[in-house]
Design a protein around this ligand. Sequence first.
Ligand code: GCU
Length: 409
Amino acid sequence: MVRFAVILALTTFAQAQNLTYNHPVPDPLTLADGQPVKDAATWTTKRRPELMALFEDKVYGKTPSGHTDIRVMPPLVDLKALKGKAVRKQVTIYFSDRNDGPLMQVLLYLPPGNTKVPVFVGLNFNGNQTVNADPGILMNEVWSTDELDPKKRLHLQADERTRGTNAAAWQVEKILAHGYGLASIYYYDIEPDFVGGLPMSARMLFPEPEKWSALGVWAWGLSRALDHLLTDSRIDPKRIGLIGHSRLGKAALWAAAQDTRFSLVISNESGKGGASLLKRGFGETIDHLNGAFPHWFNPAYKEFTGHPEKLPVDGNELLALIAPRPLYVASAAEDLGSDPKGEFLSAVNAGRVYGLLGRKGLGITQMPMVDQPVMHDIGYHVRSGKHDVTEFDWDQYLTFADMHWREKR
Ligand code: GCU
């Protein structure tokens, strides 16, 4: 882990641009039997299912079919939240018939009015109360992260002082002013993110939970949130976009690959194990992913520690599974662990599948300048600065959503 950090610290963004591939990148348009995919029907009926099965078997585990005894509680509604600029709805969703079992709280903001609106949905890192300083947000129970022994970790009511601490990454007021809604869920509700978190996970409600993964169940939770959002008459079911940052970007991409009801997808610096190319041999390694976060991926993924060349899939194919839906991939220049160029090349490569399906991928093959977004059916930018979600990022996502959602009204 130390070696990984030192190598990255010694490598500049400019050097990372010149790196050539370490290992060949797998081709989304070649079938397992070696035949090329030449038409949309072959992609849809043969190649896409092949790739889905590979990601299930080798990376995230197979999502169990069937839902648990999900119970949705009556929502807590405030029609005049944020000084009248928002309708706030909060709903607790129990994943089983047990009140002490796993549950998630969905925080939803909508612009006031009666019209149907598009909505972004995404998991948050530190509790719903961090998404905005709004005093009406119910406090999540959060897990303390200062205790290394998982058995000693505490599940506590969040601290009042954490209200709004991640507001810059969520831009609630800006999204609402744009006419869009936002739903957010604390990802630890679905599975706490530490080794030893499995007993508290929604995975426990299914047989063989250890064969699945934390990323898999976070993706599952996003689909359960979507089930609920689709029951809200204010939300346009055809315009529900999914956003995720970093590990939650990995979860968002896998959720959208499996659940095509998500009609637009944003990967904000999802990095390796997400949008980026592991085979490029720059940035975070599969060894680091498996060593530091063994619970994120399924047991089969561990077989590729030290052998990324043997992994039959890569980020370009995960992105290809989103096609033909609008997809935005964003990097940050100083986020070398995610390997911005690896994310860019992955998006370029996935664009070939968009082309086959009659869409326009990125439309460029040279990495754009920092802070210069490119948008077609795939969008991309590399923002100056660090690993984060910023107002600049949201400005691009809203423009991209306008491009795709406004034309469908
Ligand atoms: C770590 C991890 C990344 C991940 C990131 C995050 O840095 O190595 O793979 O994307 O955490 O989720 O912030």
